[in-house]
Design a protein around this ligand. Structure first.
Ligand code: SF4
Length: 252
């Protein structure tokens, strides 16, 4: 693990009030990769309480932006895609940062779409409340829980992620747990230890994904490749721990 990465964004509480609609910082109109097996649109929600060094959407970390998409524009777009898309994925930033997410999820469900959520797990209570409305969740587990602050820059973040994982595994919601692989965060043995920990907690669907330097503002992360971390022996070992195990974007 690298030395601590300082946070430029202090932990902010989930908002108690605010506009009745969601602040969306970006939109992908069609993707086949952000919700496995589904044709989906992705809404990138504004705001995140963490400051991960490898974040490739740092423009979404501030709570507000001058470049946001109007919610009426979003709903108009989705109305025109009814019957053409299977699902809508709320991504970020951290979608659970905004209370307006709940209303947005309800509106999207009422349009007939399945609902997916990408989350870092920073708001376990909000996740638990919303889980009955979700069809699929992609939860990032960034590191062993006691080492989270070195990734997120925020004390206590590992406990929040652990509680989010527990809520998700206790639900009936489809999911994948995914970890971004970077040598500033993991050694091969560290990756093995995390995978074993997750398997012991009951994770059955696990994805390792390559760090993407597109958008990343941290030069320390940009300069290091992760491809050497996973040799074939470690891949085989991890494969045996999970019902589904996938590696995305890491060269052999
Ligand atoms: S939790 Fe996600 S959006 Fe937030 S800083 Fe980390 S990588 Fe970026």
């Amino acid at each position: 693990m690298s030395a601590a990465i300082s946070a430029s964004n202090p932990l902010q509480p989930c908002e108690q009030s605010g506009p009745p609609t969601l602040r969306v910082g970006g939109l992908t109109p069609l993707t086949t990769t952000d919700y496995p097996g589904q044709l989906a649109a992705v809404l990138f929600c504004q705001g995140c309480p963490w400051a991960c060094g490898y974040c490739h959407n740092p423009h979404l970390i501030p709570a507000r932006s001058d470049n946001g998409r109007d919610w009426e524009h979003i709903t108009g777009f989705l109305q025109r895609r009814r019957g053409l898309l299977d699902a809508v994925v709320f991504s970020g930033g951290e979608p659970l940062y905004q209370r307006g997410l709940d209303t947005a999820v309800t509106m999207v469900r009422d349009m007939g779409f399945r609902v997916g959520l990408h989350t870092g797990g920073s708001y376990p209570d909000h996740l638990q409340r919303l889980l009955p409305q979700l069809d699929w969740v992609g939860l990032d587990i960034k590191a062993p829980f006691d080492r989270y602050p070195q990734v997120t820059g925020v004390p206590g973040s590992g406990e929040r992620a652990r509680r989010s994982l527990e809520h998700l595994l206790a639900s009936d919601c489809d999911y994948e747990i995914r970890t971004t692989v970077h040598p500033l965060i993991f050694s091969p043995s560290g990756l093995r230890d995390l995978a074993r920990q997750l398997a012991s907690l009951g994770v059955r669907h696990y994805v390792l994904q390559a760090f993407r330097d597109t958008g990343c503002m941290n030069s320390a992360y940009q300069q290091v490749s992760a491809t050497s971390l996973l040799d074939s022996g470690l891949r085989d070992e991890l494969q045996g721990l999970f019902e589904d195990f996938t590696i995305r974007g890491l060269a052999d």
